[in-house]
Design a protein around this ligand. Structure first.
Ligand SMILES: Cc1cc2nc3c(=O)[nH]c(=O)nc-3n(C[C@H](O)[C@H](O)[C@H](O)COP(=O)(O)OP(=O)(O)OC[C@H]3O[C@@H](n4cnc5c(N)ncnc54)[C@H](O)[C@@H]3O)c2cc1C
Length: 375
């Protein structure tokens, strides 16, 4: 049940103390740390709480993929929000990857990502996205020939050059250290039970899929969803430098720096039971992951780490950023539908900007109030 990423020791962090915080951030993952850093840099007195340690939610339990764009394909996002907004969102996440690269040091490798098609139907979908990306002026490459072990398994692939791969726990701990240096007081292992205990400070809830109990009318509308991951014994050959994902993202894998194959997904083997906030591992998903990796490698590999985490699903595949409906002085950023490494960072900065009173053109599409209008 240990996340491979979190098994790396956490380096010491400078300690800051804040009297009478103006802003309280709830959640010590990528979103909360990015928001807290931005607010402190703007001169606010900020305190951040997490019921666990920094990065011990989804931010230290994920696949490590750092992907541009929204959770839905670029052409699908274009259909839902229109050309101009979809382009703005894509460019905004590409800029966020640039910022991550400038801050993350050795926790980020900018190697691109490979979105694979398992059959003709998925090939057609990827080709449509590829053409939309190129037409809109974004970098993308179309691939039809593969080397082993991918050869014969996939119909085609879409390479996204701006993407990369993170050691996500190392990255978010680093971001937390930057926030501390900027003056943010971080209180770990302290759960916030109610907004009333925060003495009227502005509150920013950054808990993505983990139920916080702080979101009033929209509590539960960012749907807790479990993802499970394994990391094998180190493998000497380097085969998957780039993050690979196929079957609409239901399978994803890559190779960590020390050679381990990190593979996640297969939620669809027991789809309904994975809509839960319980971090328990389950046999059907774990067996499917192990079988998949053995099949890919053509030999039995030992599984050294297996873990689960919770992410927040939103049915329109757009993040949720803005004021919490019906509450005074409470804001939210979350709901990345399994795509939160880059989007969480970008939305943490975005919600901070909104709290500071700056007008951001992306905010109307992410308005939390829309969750109340969904059947
Ligand atoms: C298995 C898995 C694989 C994934 N793979 C990828 C991937 O490869 N690429 C990608 O982009 N995204 C991926 N994601 C999604 C991504 O990890 C998340 O969207 C992102 O980390 C969310 O970050 P966050 O800071 O918003 O929330 P989290 O990192 O989940 O942090 C929320 C924190 O809030 C705390 N909290 C909740 N309620 C309270 C309270 N009342 N008081 C105090 N603290 C509270 C929790 O303890 C938790 O630590 C994956 C997610 C999972 C679970």
């Amino acid at each position: 049940m240990t996340s491979y990423w979190l098994s790396e020791p956490s380096p010491p962090r400078p300690q800051a103390h804040v009297d009478e915080p103006e802003v309280v951030v709830v959640g010590g993952g990528v979103t909360g740390c990015a928001a807290a850093l931005r607010l402190a840099e703007a001169g606010k007195r900020v305190r951040l709480y997490d019921g666990r340690g920094i990065a011990e939610g989804a931010s230290g339990r994920n696949g490590g993929f750092a992907l541009r764009g929204m959770p839905a394909a670029f052409d699908v996002t274009t259909e839902s929000v229109g050309d101009e907004s979809a382009r703005a969102m894509m460019a905004w996440t590409e800029r966020a990857i640039d910022t991550i690269e400038s801050l993350a040091g050795d926790s980020f490798r900018r190697v691109g990502s490979l979105r694979l098609a398992v059959d003709e139907e998925e090939r057609h979908e990827l080709r449509t996205e590829y053409e939309a990306l190129v037409a809109a002026g974004f970098g993308a490459e179309w691939i039809e020939t593969f080397e082993p072990p991918l050869e014969g398994r996939f119909a085609a692939a879409l390479h996204h050059p701006p993407d990369g791969v993170l050691q996500p726990a190392r990255w978010v701990r680093r971001l937390a250290a930057l926030a501390s240096e900027a003056g943010v007081e971080i209180r770990e292992h302290t759960r916030v039970a109610s907004l009333d205990e925060l003495d009227g400070a502005t509150v920013v809830v950054c808990t993505d899929g983990y139920p916080s109990g702080l979101l009033g009318e929209i509590e539960g509308l960012i749907i807790p969803t479990r993802g499970q991951v394994i990391a094998t014994e180190p493998v000497p050959e380097r085969l998957f430098e780039v993050p690979h994902y196929g079957r609409h993202g239901f399978d994803y894998w890559h190779q960590a720096e020390d050679g381990r194959i990190v593979a996640g997904g297969f939620r669809d083997v027991s789809f309904d039971s994975e809509f839960t906030a319980d971090e328990q591992l389950t046999e059907p998903v774990q067996n499917a992951l192990h079988r998949f990796v053995n099949d890919l490698m053509g030999r039995e590999l030992r599984v050294d780490f297996a873990w689960a985490g919770i992410f927040g699903m939103v049915m329109d595949f757009l993040p949720v950023v803005g004021r919490v409906p019906g509450l005074d002085n409470a804001w939210v950023a979350g709901g990345y539908s399994g795509h939160g490494n880059v989007l969480g960072f970008a939305c943490g900065e975005l919600v901070a900007t909104a709290v500071l009173g700056e007008n951001e053109p992306l905010l109307p599409d992410f308005d939390p109030v829309r969750l109340l209008n969904v059947d």
